[in-house]
Design a protein around this ligand. Sequence first.
Ligand SMILES: C[S@@+](CC[C@H](N)C(=O)[O-])C[C@H]1O[C@@H](n2cnc3c(N)ncnc32)[C@H](O)[C@@H]1O
Length: 425
Amino acid sequence: MRVDIMTLFPEAVAASLKISILGRAEKKGILDIRCVQIRDYTDNKQQQVDDYPYGGGWGCVMMAQPLKSCLDAVCADAGERRRRVIYLSPQGKPFDQAAARRLAGEYDHLVLVCGHYEGVDERFIEQCVDEELSLGDFVLTGGEIAAMAVTDAVCRLIPGVLSDEECFTGESHWDGLLEYPQYTRPETWEGREVPEVLRGGNDAQIRRWRRKKMLERTMDKRPDLWEKAELSPEDRELEAEIRKDRSRLQLTGAVECRPVREEDAEAVELLFRQARNYLRRHRVDQWQGDYPARQEVLEDMERGEGYVMTYEGRVAGYFCLSSRPEEGYTAITDGKWRREGPYCVIHRSCVGAEYRGTGMADRMFRSAEDLTLAMGISDLRVDTHRHNEAMKALLKRRGFQYRGNVLVEVGPGSDPRRQAFEKVL
Ligand SMILES: C[S@@+](CC[C@H](N)C(=O)[O-])C[C@H]1O[C@@H](n2cnc3c(N)ncnc32)[C@H](O)[C@@H]1O
């Protein structure tokens, strides 16, 4: 692809187009980008390129003659090619990815004409220009920035400029959608983690997650594109999933953490039942007997260790926070605790079914962390069943680390094997 940019400021344009990816592609001979000084083609001694507008008015207008002479020289030099002469103008059709694809696919010589001052003599546009392109509905002082944008967007689509076609086919605007969010190292930055699915290495899951994010982002950020988007049957399924996720409760009201009271026992028992059903549905052999029940709640309350999370006054979650050493934690296997000193343990944590996926569980763990610190303790521990993926995802999000395996007896007939996690606060 050859691109000639006709401008009054060739050095400024060349400085940004002859570097990085485009610069390397030019060295390889895939691109040929030339910045041509219009002033070199004037037929007057003063090298004047502009003059006052007929009819009066503000500013100056670029004369047709230097532009036409410059264009003729460029065309003669380039010879017969699939050529397109484009005038960058705020009156042109807004430039977009579809235009970039069209120009990259249909032509091998672009001549980009940059106006300045009040613009260019209309007769040059009528006689020599194939199309006008605008960078957007605003006015720049010159066409250079627009020409650079067009050159960059078109040239990166030319085969061989980017290392792989995938570099641009998954990007924003390729198929009418915006791209998914991108992350790089480190895994945790200022307390924000890279989404777990991207770290898991499961290609199918990653692909699905990314597609869902593309749909979600386009829906939110660009409703105009979303309206026109062509969705596959899989996209429709993902769209339905997004709408379902969104119909979940949004925690816009007051969330509080307070010590459990006797009158909360029934509501907490309901939370236990919902958690038991959830675990059974997910084939997790945890809490499948009588434990936990009202008795544990009342005992937690007497010891001052039971807490409820409330949403607008209603019981939404429960946990026990104990600073008493947990017998089963002493004999940890396949690893060890990071800290030796005093620690708190979270037991019996659960949130109500309608609060799943709302951030309530995160709020609950944050409250447990705050309560631990308020006791002057900075080591917080918890254990869970090895198949309890929801709990493990929550622990990971909250910065807990897997420490090893422990045995926790919670009644006859239940499997005591648990994975142990710790967070140093
Ligand atoms: C100050 S502008 C002239 C604007 C012109 N008087 C008008 O109102 O349509 C000077 C030059 O900047 C360039 N330019 C300004 N805004 C642009 C835009 N949105 N897209 C592309 N080029 C633009 C054009 O080449 C134009 O000739």
